[in-house]
Design a protein around this ligand. Structure first.
Ligand code: GDP
Length: 298
């Protein structure tokens, strides 16, 4: 197990009881510990560099005084900077003025899109919405059935291609799903799309075509928090290839420290909106920047 950042800072400052400003040597020692801890949490190197520079700048300007010892003071600065990069406030879903609100999911195969689609539908239903799921992932053999099974579990209607017609046109399925939702008065439509194993141009084009066809109010990029350093390249490729409004982090029940959240938020400027943390449909919540900052620190 790695030492936590809070522990690292506490030991750096052990014995240091100075008043007044932190010395330059103290700041350098602190910066080193922060850098190591963030790299261990799989934060991308350019993000680590910017972050450490920002914390150093603030630490230089602050008086060591009052109730906080130097270690606590630096932890407070680090925490505030983390929360700021992670978007500050929790980003809420934007609903369409005229229903249905269309939410499209995009991401790599295995990221957890299909699972997430059902979780999000259940979450919306619990808030009094009437969501519909649309199975437009016709690439992965089991994706349609998986969405139907999960939809049933969540008690949510699923729009899927006709049985035996699984190799159909995903753009037509997506468009048909949104039309059906409008007709049947569902107020939110969640469109699951085909993932890709790598950054496949053809599937990226398909996701763009679906986006153009259904004009989503929100495109959510779904990413596995466990992919660590690869998260930034993947997030950037989807931003360029499909475009999205916000990010959903999945598999936060694993031992990932949350570096992916920080890297993606900083490098793409897109907020993380939801966090998925298990295989059960209820293992899902809004993303809270302050909680994630705590996880990265601890
Ligand atoms: P898709 O290819 O993006 O649609 O991914 P799936 O929804 O099929 O998920 C891939 C695998 O990850 C499945 O075995 C899911 O049960 C699992 N999975 C999805 N979300 C989570 C999560 O938050 N935590 C864990 N532990 N597993 C998850």
């Amino acid at each position: 197990m790695f030492a936590t950042l809070s522990d690292r800072l506490a030991s750096t400052f052990k014995g240091l009881r100075g008043k007044g400003r932190l010395s330059e040597a103290d700041i350098d020692a602190t910066a080193r510990e922060i850098r190591i801890a963030l790299l261990e949490a799989d934060v991308a190197l350019p993000v680590v560099k910017d972050f450490v520079a920002a914390v150093k700048e603030r630490a230089r300007g602050e008086e060591v005084s009052g109730a906080l010892n130097p270690a606590q003071q630096v932890v407070k600065i680090v925490n505030e900077e983390l929360v700021a990069i992670l978007g500050g406030e929790t980003r809420r879903l934007r609903y369409a003025k005229t229903p249905p609100t269309v939410i499209m999911l995009a991401g790599l195969q295995g990221a957890g899109k299909t699972t997430l689609a059902a979780k999000l539908a259940l979450w919306l239903k619990d808030q009094g919405h009437s969501p519909m799921l649309v199975a437009a992932d016709l690439q992965r053999p089991n994706a349609v059935t998986q969405l139907q099974v999960n939809g049933e579990r969540a008690g949510v209607t699923v729009h899927a291609p006709e049985p035996g017609n699984g190799v159909g046109d995903p753009v037509a399925v997506a468009r048909g799903g949104v039309e059906e939702a409008r007709r049947t008065l569902h107020d939110v439509v969640i469109v699951d799309t085909a993932g890709r194993l790598g950054l496949d141009a053809e599937l990226m084009q398909q996701a763009s075509d679906i986006r153009d066809a259904v004009q989503p109010d929100e495109v959510l990029f779904v990413v596995d928090a466990m992919i660590g350093q690869d998260a930034v390249a993947t997030a950037q490729a989807f931003l360029d290839g499909v475009g999205y409004d916000a990010v959903v982090l999945t598999k936060l029940d694993g031992d990932a420290r949350g570096g992916a959240a920080l890297s993606i938020a900083k490098m793409t400027g897109k907020p993380v909106m939801f966090a998925s943390s298990g295989e059960k449909l209820t293992d899902f919540d809004l993303f809270h920047p302050d909680r994630m900052a705590g996880r990265i620190l601890d």
